[in-house]
Design a binder for this molecule. Sequence first.
Ligand code: UD1
Length: 385
Amino acid sequence: MKIISVVGARPNFMKIAPFIQEINHYNQSNQEAITHLLVHTGQHYDDRMSKAFFEALNIPKADINLGIGSGTHAEQVGNTMIAFEKVLKEEKPDWVIVVGDVNATLACSVTAKKLHVKVCHIEAGLRSGDIKMPEEINRLVTDRLSDLLLTPDLLSSENLRKEGVSDEKIVFVGNIMIDTLEANRDKAKQLLVSQIIEENFIDKQSIQNSNALNKSSFALMTMHRPSNVDLKEILTPIIRFLLDEVAIEIPLIWPIHPRTQKQLKLFGLWEEVMKHEQFILLHPIGYHQMLRLNMGAKLILTDSGGLQEESTVLGTPCLTLRWNTERPITLKKHGGASVLVGNNINQIRQEYISTINHPRKPKRPEFWDGKTAKRSLDTILKHNT
Ligand code: UD1
């Protein structure tokens, strides 16, 4: 059997790492080996957004890098399809495995199906119901086309059934990202928060004079969604709230996405956040470093999907800066650690006050147990007829 796995952007890397390890494991103990090729579309290309994760998670160098880079969504998807079609014609795999919901996921599943190659989607069935989100379009199209839909939770399996997907295509395998969390938890635990700050502080010049290095109690922040950072009238009040009501009380550690950094500069907010003593801006950080900060944070404010899931398993109280989520299992009402607060300051403030000293209540949804990669590969082998 020949498999091509696809990655494109940062959140894909922690999902593919355990799957590749599982293939290697299988090949060690089975005579009929699986031929595996890893394709990186190149959507994320900075060392800190890509190479660092390959190294930290022992992902082998991609066999093929399509070098797509940044651009509009149509450019990214179109260029990926053109380049990936050539790969498929050359390599003729039995299966294409796509993970998550980024542009690479959509582009490669469409290209594969047009050439009658079977597609398996790992992390299928998530739905936010918000068609304005580019990721929701990617999920809907990928799931509609996939031959095998491996879901992270039963709510996702139910979403697919409601859309008319036949039962034999849907298999509940659990959350593959939690395989990576469990495999790396101990290594992350050993890192020092002060060292993470020192190594990644965005303003190297002022690090010596900063009190940032001795912070034991801190809040953690990440934000990169276009709906939060692309409009000045939305981004400015969020930054004002963080400056005037959060960072005044507790240091705020914020590993900043390149898109957000660009927008803060564009809207004239960069100087002020850089100057604030308790606003600790970091470059994008590595997998273990983020896991360590998540483990130690009093609370996390984020619009990332992956962090909602990781904070649920770690028990970190999480304010999700979105109006909806494709991951309802992470919400408090389903036993998780997160609450939706959108980008309305009153709502963010209210939940921030009630959450800041909330005790940790780690919750492990069913099958978020570190064994999802094995269940995924077993299922693909079973369906390879
Ligand atoms: C993409 C995913 C999103 C995911 C996020 C994680 C889609 C539709 N979106 O959004 O689901 O949560 O990745 O980061 O696929 N840039 C760099 N260096 C890089 C990559 C990007 O500087 O290595 C900058 C570029 O200015 C680029 C911008 O970031 O235009 C946005 O990158 P892009 O890949 O288009 O989308 P993300 O916002 O990262």
